[in-house]
Design a protein around this ligand. Structure first.
Ligand SMILES: Cc1cc2nc3c(=O)[nH]c(=O)nc-3n(C[C@H](O)[C@H](O)[C@H](O)COP(=O)(O)OP(=O)(O)OC[C@H]3O[C@@H](n4cnc5c(N)ncnc54)[C@H](O)[C@@H]3O)c2cc1C
Ligand SMILES: NC(=O)C1=CN([C@@H]2O[C@H](COP(=O)(O)OP(=O)(O)OC[C@H]3O[C@@H](n4cnc5c(N)ncnc54)[C@H](OP(=O)(O)O)[C@@H]3O)[C@@H](O)[C@H]2O)C=CC1
Length: 476
């Protein structure tokens, strides 16, 4: 039987970061990366914006190319079906049994759909799912997007040539990331006017796009890793209309029923393949529905083990060393749920930054566990930080950016320049707890420092955001 010191299951960012970390830390040990898809995701072109905040590109590599880059890493494309945790043996659907000393589960997540098995409900996760979406949208007149998080926000902004009904549970758009004020700031970009489309073309700032190498023979691949930055730029997501793009937001509503006929009249007089009945009483016919309603961790490789402890969200519970409840089994990325006592300004969100940090840290922890050394928790778990792009703007989120865990006991300092920047500082007892920085504010480093060092800023009051005072000089 083949045997490895370290086995990793999953070739997404968490698994690949873990494999790279292990290869670096223990070049004397053999590492096996077992992954269901023939391409793996590697992080490249890392740009550090601050101590905890970085931007990077995600590169798709064929498994054999990744293995060639790392002498001690082997990659096998196969699906893990079960793990014998007593014997330390992992079994695959291809009939392999492989022995391990330490194993890390990095199997990611799958879209949590509002209706499983409904052919009109699509989720977006990997290259295959976007290809399915691309095929469907090119003939679509109207689609319904359900959900108010990352995917819905990106899609509604990027899709052209189709009517979009965006059904959200909240009172404002993009509620997973921003507050009502920032939602208002984005409002002009949301309305897909001709003017907006022109300005978008000229102002779009894109990071490097990744390419899908050798995609033609990947048709039948099993579920792949989650997409990378600017994933939408690699696909054509344009509906049937040449010029018309219209967005209607249905606030504070959910999908009650999906049917193939409408009892109530749909507002258009057209006929549609499918109708969505909302809890606010409205009925919309559409060509299909995008369910951008979160992810479910892929925990099945371990669920038959009665020692496994899962969190309420289905994630595999891990402690601060990324250890699961089963000896010698670690987990990282979207599949796990951080179940340690967390630092005051950090919380888990299923993002690629955290997938990378967790994967790298799991490698450290596995190495320490093998050699009986102690490990200290990584600094990255001190502060939540995320940089992304919504509606064409750079968006930086730091710490308790939405007042998370503060029970409404905080103040907000705000500076808004319409169409340029939106800055929100979350303050408690004169100390900064979190920040939302939209636009090119150049304030991320200062805010990061002030959240981490908890300096009492009461003396500065609102001057903290006075554009006439170069406050950065005080705090960098
Ligand atoms: C459309 C989209 C846009 C996103 N945009 C952003 C963004 O802008 N910023 C951001 O920070 N995050 C973003 N995310 C989230 C981010 O992509 C994920 O949090 C991150 O990639 C998770 O990485 P992972 O390695 O944990 O899991 P995945 O990338 O899901 O990788 C899981 C891997 O495990 C393999 N696997 C699964 N089951 C098995 C098995 N049984 N045996 C063997 N292999 C298996 C899969 O093939 C895959 O290779 C986005 C996600 C999506 C879907
Ligand atoms: N730029 C970025 O940072 C991006 C990040 N991502 C990441 O990719 C993953 C998948 O994205 P996404 O699917 O958008 O997930 P998110 O977790 O970002 O958002 C899910 C949204 O769907 C809502 N929701 C959940 N269930 C229902 C339901 N039954 N009916 C209506 N609404 C519902 C949630 O509301 P509630 O929270 O109230 O339950 C939330 O608004 C996430 O981990 C996300 O963080 C994706 C794209 C871009």
């Amino acid at each position: 039987m083949e045997s490895y010191s370290f086995v990793i299951v999953g070739g997404g960012i968490a698994g690949v970061s873990c494999a790279e970390g292990l290869a670096f830390l223990r070049p004397d040990k053999q590492v096996l990366l077992l992954t269901a898809s023939p391409v793996i995701k590697a992080v490249t072109n890392i740009v550090h914006l601050t101590k905890t905040l970085c931007e990077f590109d995600v590169k798709e590599l064929r498994a054999e190319i990744f293995a060639d880059l790392h002498q001690t890493v082997s990659v096998i494309q196969d699906t893990v079906t079960s793990i014998n945790t007593e014997e330390h043996i992992v079994s695959t659907s291809g009939g392999k049994c492989i022995a391990y000393e330490k194993i890390c589960i990095c199997t990611g997540g799958s879209p949590k759909l509002i209706a499983e098995e409904n052919p009109f409900v699509l989720g977006i996760r990997d290259t295959e799912s976007v290809k399915a979406f691309e095929t469907r949208i090119k003939d679509a007149r109207r689609i319904i997007v359900v959900g108010n998080g990352g995917i819905a926000t990106e899609l509604v902004h990027e899709i052209e040539g189709v009517e979009i009904i965006w059904a959200i549970k909240d009172k404002h758009i993009s509620a997973t990331y921003i507050d009502p004020g920032a939602a208002e700031f984005f409002q002009t970009r949301l309305l897909k006017t001709k003017e907006r489309m022109t300005s978008q073309t000229s102002s779009a700032v894109k990071r490097l796009k990744y390419t899908v190498s050798g995609s033609s023979d990947l048709k039948d691949r099993p579920r792949g890793a989650a997409l990378g930055p600017d994933w939408h730029a690699t696909f054509s997501i344009h509906g049937i209309h040449a010029n018309m793009t219209k967005v209607t937001v249905e606030y504070e509503t959910e999908v009650k029923e999906i049917s193939y006929k409408a009892e109530l009249k749909d507002s258009s007089n057209e006929s549609w393949p499918v109708y969505v009945h909302l809890t606010n009483g409205k009925v919309y016919g559409c060509d299909f529905i995008v369910s951008a309603t979160g992810v479910i961790p892929n925990n099945s490789v371990l669920t038959t083990n009665d020692k496994l402890i899962l969190a309420d969200d289905g994630g595999i519970k891990v402690n601060w060393k990324m250890e699961t409840s089963i000896p010698d089994i670690f987990a990282a990325g979207d599949v796990c749920t951080a179940s340690w006592e967390q630092a005051a300004h950090w919380f888990q969100m299923r993002l690629w930054t955290q997938a990378r940090q967790m994967g790298m840290y799991a490698a450290k922890s596995m190495v320490a566990s093998l050699s009986g050394e102690t490990v200290l928790q990584d600094f990255c778990f001190e502060l939540f930080s995320h940089v992304t792009r919504f509606f064409g703007y750079k968006v930086v989120l730091l710490g308790l950016y939405n007042g998370q865990t503060l029970d409404g006991q905080y103040e907000v300092l705000l500076r808004v320049t319409k169409g340029v920047e939106y800055i929100k500082l979350v303050m408690k007892d004169g100390k900064m707890q979190g920040a939302v920085l939209i636009g090119e504010t150049d304030l991320e480093e200062m805010c990061e420092n002030l959240i981490l060092n908890q300096l009492d800023l009461s003396a500065y009051g609102e001057d903290l955001l006075n554009p006439d005072i170069d406050i950065e000089d005080y705090f960098d």
